[in-house]
Design a protein around this ligand. Structure first.
Ligand code: RIB
Length: 323
């Protein structure tokens, strides 16, 4: 089934990314000279909303920014991406969220996020956005805004029959009261290890950890864990299947935002009525496309780029496995 205009509502963060490109990250107490500096828009919420909008979804973003030049930069970017910004609150008492990022020559990154205005998002702000949450096909959440706000949004979405996707990043322990509303969880390896309390050294460990998480989720018959494992691919675990979808071979220049491209694409495909397996394959390609471009928001791919990547790699890279 393909819906004419998929509707995705994102409740999440908006940041300004201060990015240093350097040969390596500094050690404790060390100062090093970097090679380049960039300022980009970012924040997991804004990146994921941008990915969904670039892929054709009607997107609303619920979040919180400060006044001042960083807030202005984000306002301009939101407008450019054609995202509904009615429920983005501008606070006068606190600055816009920022992230300081070091990107190494192999594209690997280290990030410190200072959430600032993102953490001022309240359940009352979510109440104000009830209609756009209730109207969504998919509600997409991350963990750079308060858990109480996310949980409230998830409750509204579930009540109105929307699919709730939670990207549990950055990693932190999660209450069952939030997980209980989640249909699809998209952790990476370290987030899975923290949430499940299981170190992952093999695909079997990954399956076991994903199953542990799935048991804490909404409706265990229909819920799924989609575990991104970087170069190892993506493990999709449902009640009846477990499938490893291999990573697509690309040359990374900056991995920042790859997980966001993945989640935005997954939400858009699901909101369009695609089944989970084809939505995960599409998202896998979106994540791969994102690592080929420098910057978080700038790397969110178009549909043309994803489709080109999917068609130029091996016809079918999946490895179906019984559970
Ligand atoms: O996922 C990448 C994002 O994480 C960056 O844009 C940064 O702002 C942090 O939120």
């Amino acid at each position: 089934m393909n819906r004419a205009t998929p509707k995705v509502t994102v409740v999440g963060s908006l940041n300004i990314d201060l990015v240093c490109h350097a040969i390596r990250r500094p050690d404790k107490g060390e100062t090093i000279i970097g090679d380049a500096f960039d300022i980009f828009t970012g924040g997991k919420g804004f990146n994921q909303a941008t990915a969904a909008a670039r892929l054709g979804a009607e997107v609303s973003l619920v979040g919180s920014i400060g006044t001042g030049p960083f807030g202005d930069l984000l306002r301009t970017a939101i407008k450019k991406e054609d995202i509904n910004s009615r429920f983005i609150i501008r606070r006068t008492d606190i600055g816009t969220g920022i992230a300081t990022i070091v990107v190494e020559p192999d594209g690997d990154n280290s990030i410190i996020v200072v959430p600032r205005a993102n953490m001022a998002l309240t359940t009352a702000d979510i109440d104000a956005a009830t209609d756009c949450i209730a109207d969504a096909d998919v509600l997409l959440l991350q963990l750079e805004t308060p858990i109480a706000a996310s949980e409230h949004a998830a409750a509204i979405a579930k009540h109105h029959g929307a699919t709730v996707v939670l990207n549990p990043a950055p990693a932190q322990p999660l209450p069952n009261s939030l997980l209980g509303y989640v249909d699809i969880l998209t952790p990476n390896q370290s987030e899975t290890e923290l949430l499940a309390g299981i170190p992952i050294n093999s695909h079997d460990d990954a399956r076991r950890a994903a199953e542990t998480l799935r048991e804490r989720m909404a409706d265990t018959e229909n819920s799924a864990v989609v575990l991104t494992l970087g170069e190892q691919g993506t493990l999709m675990l449902t009640e009846t299947t477990s499938e490893l979808i291999p990573a697509l071979p690309v040359q990374p220049v900056d991995t920042t935002g790859a997980g966001d491209a993945f989640c935005g694409a997954l939400a858009t495909a699901l909101a369009s009525g695609e089944n989970l397996q084809s939505a995960v394959k599409f998202a896998n390609a979106a994540g791969a496309a994102a690592v080929t471009v420098i910057g978080a928001t700038p790397s969110m791919p178009t549909r043309t780029k994803i489709e080109r990547l999917m068609s130029t790699t091996h016809a079918d890279l999946t490895e179906p496995q019984g559970k």
